[in-house]
Design a protein around this ligand. Structure first.
Ligand SMILES: [Zn+2]
Length: 287
């Protein structure tokens, strides 16, 4: 009998190892190193020519607040009505049939919701996504300056932000809010208006408002407790930040739009360009 018991244990253990459920998988890790260098790393032998003026006001890292407005270039060109995109709305609800969002951001959101569902957190609802200037103006008049920004000054005008709710409770109380606050960075999202950053963002704590910035930026911001204003300032100062997220190595470099035009990248390297919506361009290389 004992032999059988042992054998069953081995089979059960083997099954779990092969199936590798979420609790056995390594959590996403991030190592962030903040450098202070303008030197070109070895191996960055290819150069690209960047039209800086064109790039400053578009991309995933745009800072939009009362000081820096949305430029036409910054608005995502892949905005869709989510209610008409069934494949993008699995495992969560929509407050109404008119919620618009960047398709790309919606795909990242879908991935995040699936991961939350695997941890039994599954009562999400999107209450707001992309808003055009007209809609933003109405909202500003209704809500006032503590919770809304004038037309053209809201991240919702970019298509990169959304307000997420829980059907169980207010986000500050709901498991959905707690899960997102802890895990959203793994999927490229950041809690944009945290409780302890009101003096920097100028916006009250909004546990429902998440902004897509993409990896590795969300990981760097989360692990260093930086909001976008602080992250961009840090990049401007240090010029270079390297990060290792889930075994992937990234180098994030800042360039002043008025000065730099030619940028070094690794041979055949993958890179992404985003403006900061102020005076710089950030080039992120996946090494
Ligand atoms: Zn919002």
């Amino acid at each position: 009998m004992k032999k059988w018991g042992f054998l069953i244990c081995i089979i059960v253990l083997g099954y779990f190892l092969i199936k590798s459920p979420a609790w056995l998988q390594q959590p996403k890790e991030a190592n962030v190193e903040i450098q202070n260098t303008v030197e070109i790393p070895a191996g960055y032998t290819e150069t690209i020519s960047v039209d800086m003026k064109n790039e400053v006001h578009k991309g995933n890292l745009l800072l939009v607040n009362s000081e820096y407005p949305v430029h036409a270039d910054g608005i995502r060109t892949d905005i869709v009505n989510l209610a008409e995109q069934q494949e993008l709305v699995r495992g969560y609800g929509l407050l109404d049939q008119n919620i618009m969002l960047s398709r790309y951001v919606a795909q990242a959101f879908q991935k995040m919701i699936e991961a939350a569902g695997e941890e039994e957190v599954r009562y999400f609802i999107i209450s707001s996504g992309y808003r055009d200037f007209k809609k933003q103006e109405q909202l500003y008049e209704e809500k006032g300056s503590d919770y809304a920004l004038p037309a053209g000054h809201s991240e919702h005008n970019l298509g990169l932000s959304m307000d997420i709710g829980s059907t169980l409770a207010a986000m500050s109380e709901a498991p959905e809010g707690a899960w997102l606050e802890k895990n959203a960075w793994k999927y490229g999202f950041v809690l944009r208006y945290p409780k302890d950053k009101v003096d920097i963002t100028g916006i009250q704590y909004e546990p429902w408002h998440f902004r897509y910035v993409g990896l590795p930026h969300s990981a760097i911001m989360y692990h260093n407790n930086l909001v976008l204003e602080q992250y961009l300032e840090l990049l401007q100062q240090k010029k270079s930040i390297s990060a290792e997220v889930e075994g992937e190595h990234y180098l994030v470099r800042y360039y002043e739009a008025s000065k730099d035009k030619t940028i070094n990248i690794p041979e055949h390297g993958q890179y992404e360009i985003s403006g900061d919506n102020m005076k710089g361009v950030i080039v992120t290389v996946e090494e």
